[in-house]
Design a protein around this ligand. Structure first.
Ligand code: GDP
Ligand code: MG
Length: 389
């Protein structure tokens, strides 16, 4: 970490109580052409109203860190840069590093490409103080805000769709946050729960709002500017990461995971039926065709479950081990259901239809519990030794 410190002239800390009141965390990836402009704009609008320091968390492959160090010499506030050799968690991971390192009472996170106006930094913090909020979001979607700088109809539509989907998935947690996709926000340091966060890619505010559970949130409108220089680093791959991130957040509780498991299971009917149709069209008899097509559904379910539900719980078994166990459980489900139905009808005198439904539900729950316990629950170290003792 390098630091350049200089006395801060003419401080008027009327808006916040303490000196060194805000750390501005800026994640950067190859933004060398934007650094000087950004620091100039911060210099013009922040230190006179609010004592500040700037912390860049950098994953660049270009000379951004050197440019930051050089530009820092001319700044009337401390500027530091942490360069990460291993960019764990991408943009979100970088921001969490910044949150952990910051020491000020308030932290403001903003982009390094000048799309977020630094003149708003004091207002974000002042609003947080006034409203006694833990989190203050700069929003494009409340009156006075706009997404003017979002390039092109396609990106506007994607951003709108993502916001809508996210709000629909987390109606309670995101209550009072109109722009959960925003990358510009202020956070009270005492409310930072960096250890609870599992950032994945771009949407760090979403992570903070859902997993961090701030007690009170506020919003301030802002106009999303054009990029000053260079190009957006957001890619289609980032879009997939976002969907995985959403799935991970939404299925953090066992009940939600079971619902996800059920939805994925239901979606498996599609490849199953398509496979059946294709095989019978090729002249395969429908019984062997269904047995084969069913495996297609199993493979589909396995892929989705691995990607969306248990992504971070796969390391302790090899993929073929997991697939084998999954396929066994899925087929055992079929084998188990028939005798279970017979039992429910024969022994307990149930009608065929309710017996089928009940057997479906029972084997579903068994399969879910079995999948968690037999495939994705990490093996406890030393459990064998303890058993032997
Ligand atoms: N540290 C770090 N910063 C990143 C990464 N990806 C993007 N950024 C920075 O995050 C900010 C927002 O990225 P940008 O490409 O402008 O996204 P957009 O505004 O959604 O188009 C910029 O300051 C980028 O330099 C990353 O992997 N690591
Ligand atoms: Mg940008």
């Amino acid at each position: 970490m390098t630091e350049s410190t200089a006395p801060v002239p003419g401080l008027d800390a009327a808006e916040v109580p303490e000196p060194g009141a805000v750390t501005i965390v800026v994640p950067t990836f190859n933004e060398s052409a934007n650094i000087r402009q950004l620091l100039r704009r911060i210099t013009e609008s922040v230190p006179a109203r609010l004592p500040c320091e700037v912390l860049f968390v950098d994953d660049s492959t270009d000379d951004t860190p050197e440019v930051i160090r050089a530009a820092a010499q001319d700044c009337p506030f401390p500027v530091a840069v942490v360069h990460r050799e291993e960019p764990v968690g991408g943009l979100g991971g970088a921001v969490v590093e910044g949150l952990k390192a910051a020491t000020s009472q308030w932290i403001v996170v903003m982009d390094g490409d000048c799309q977020h106006p630094p003149s708003l930094v004091p207002e974000l913090v002042a609003t947080g103080e006034r409203a006694k909020a833990d989190l203050v979001v700069a929003s494009r979607y409340i009156e006075g805000g706009s997404r003017a700088g979002l390039a092109g109809g396609y990106r506007v539509a994607v951003s709108r769709g993502a916001t809508w989907l996210t709000k629909a998935l987390f109606p309670r947690r995101l209550h009072g946050i109109s722009d959960p996709m925003s990358g510009f926000f202020a956070l009270r340091r005492s409310a930072v729960t960096a250890d609870a966060l599992k950032p994945l890619g771009y949407k760090i505010l979403l992570e903070l709002a859902v997993r961090g559970r701030p007690r009170r949130v506020a919003e301030v409108p802002f106009v999303f500017q054009e990029r000053f220089a260079g190009e957006s680093k957001s890619t289609a791959q980032e879009g997939f990461r976002f969907l995985r991130h959403l799935a991970g957040l939404r299925t953090a509780s066992p009940v939600a995971r079971m619902v996800g498991f059920g939805l994925i299971g239901a979606s498996g009917f599609v490849p199953n039926l398509v496979g059946l149709w294709a095989l019978t069209a090729l002249g395969v008899d429908y019984l062997p065709a269904e047995i084969l097509a069913n495996q297609l559904g199993v493979a589909w379910n396995f892929l989705l479950i691995e990607q969306l539900l248990f992504r971070d719980r796969r390391a302790h078994r090899r993929w073929w081990d997991r697939l084998g166990r999954f396929a066994l459980l899925a087929n055992a489900d079929l084998v188990l259901r028939l005798p279970l139905m017979a039992l429910l009808v024969g022994r307990f005198g149930m009608g065929a239809l309710p017996a089928t439904a009940l057997a479906l539900v029972m084997t579903f729950v068994l399969r879910f519990v079995g999948t968690e316990a037999l495939i994705y629950l990490p093996r406890r170290r030393g459990s064998r030794a303890r058993r032997a003792a």
